[in-house]
Design a protein around this ligand. Structure first.
Ligand code: KG4
Ligand code: ZN
Length: 347
């Protein structure tokens, strides 16, 4: 079975082709980072417009890369939730129109199911064994799931306010770093910065639940900067000397990473499971990886980081999840609408 997957939930326009016998045949991602960078964050209206411009060329490129014609696809899959409504509607409407014109089945995919299944796409990493714990950590999501099987997901905890990537992006913006701040903070702190220079709070630090909270972290950075005489104007502080900037960024990043590792560890302990998949844009963070690798060596757990290409938003994970659902006989009719938020367990 050959499935074309379409993803447009946030600021990446993506198309991919997955073949159940040959694996991933093509994956094309066009990022809008440069379009949103001047605004310091994703502008929903702009995202939808950029998806409209990119959706046809990106899909054409994926079909060409796969060496197929559109008529050879057996099904079309597209992200329908969660995400920015205007952005979702572009990919979803396009995918439904394609399915209608090709007379082939259509399936809407939950974006987080795509992320949870991303380790199965990376043939270079050993696939996790069911059941496993998955930490999805991106600009829009920070959630812990127990994955018992394909289609069997149990939410263990999630952020009650900001996502971890959002917390890093907000700090980056405040510190005058380029967008997206998470990536910029990572780059800035790879070679320099004292991560113990400042003490930042870890939200919901107690053991009794697996939820996260990151909103207090940004507030604490604002207070610290004000104390230093660095008062934000238009959401940004005046230029900071590099050593101080590196120490602040490294300490802030350490608090985010500590929160993620703490709750992921509790999830492993509580469930007695030994496989942890870490996926989403923040999974590329060098400090998160460094600490988790050490943890794995010390505690005999297995940490699986899918390749960055499958961690950040892509359509390969949507095509793969769509293939599994179509193979299981599931279909959506063409009245399926975009939904901005929908718990994964409810699908
Ligand atoms: O998964 P993703 O591409 O899109 C969604 O948010 O769904 O993740 C983007 C997020 C942004 O917040 C970005 O700052 C963060 O991932 N990010 C990183 C790194 N690369 C991307 N955060 C920390 N370290 C990185 N290397
Ligand atoms: Zn995502």
């Amino acid at each position: 079975m050959i499935v074309l997957g379409i993803e447009s939930s946030c600021d990446e326009t993506a198309a991919a082709v997955y073949d159940t016998s040959k694996g991933l045949l093509a994956s094309v991602v066009r990022s809008q980072i440069a379009d949103h960078a001047p605004y310091g964050g994703v502008i929903p209206e702009l995202a939808a417009r950029k998806h409209l411009e990119a959706i046809i060329p990106v899909t054409r490129e994926a079909i060409q890369q796969a060496g197929l014609s559109l008529a050879e696809t057996d099904g079309i899959a597209a992200t329908y939730t969660p995400g920015l409504i205007g952005a979702l509607l572009v990919g979803l409407s396009f995918a439904k129109a394609l399915a209608w014109s090709l007379h082939c089945p259509f399936i809407g995919v939950h974006h987080l199911e795509g992320h949870l299944l991303s380790p199965f796409l990376d043939t270079a990493v050993t696939a996790p064994s069911f059941p496993f714990i998955a930490l999805i950590v991106s600009g829009g999501h920070t959630s812990l799931y127990k994955v018992s099987d394909f289609g069997n997901y149990h939410l263990l905890g999630k952020t009650v306010d900001d996502a971890a990537g959002e917390a890093l992006d907000k700090a980056g913006k405040l510190l005058g770093l380029p967008y997206p701040g998470g990536m910029a903070i990572d780059t800035l702190t790879r070679e320099a910065g004292n991560r113990n220079a400042y003490d930042f709070p870890i939200g919901l630090n107690q053991r009794d639940n697996l939820n996260f909270s990151f909103s207090g972290l940004k507030t604490s950075l604002v207070y610290r900067l004000k104390k230093m005489g660095l008062v934000p104007r238009s959401g940004m502080v005046p230029p900071i000397d590099p050593p101080l900037l590196q120490d602040l960024a490294a300490s802030y990043q350490e608090a985010v990473v500590s929160a993620l590792i703490r709750k992921a560890s509790f999830a492993l302990q509580e469930t007695g499971l030994a496989d942890l998949v870490v996926t989403g844009g923040v999974a590329s963070n060098h400090r998160l990886r460094e600490r988790l690798v050490k943890k794995a060596e010390k505690e005999g757990v297995r940490i699986i980081f899918p390749d960055k290409a499958y961690c950040t938003d892509n359509a390969a994970m949507i095509a793969f999840a769509g293939t599994l659902r179509l193979k299981a006989g599931q279909r959506h009719d063409l009245s399926l609408n975009a939904v901005s938020r929908l718990p994964l367990e409810s699908i």
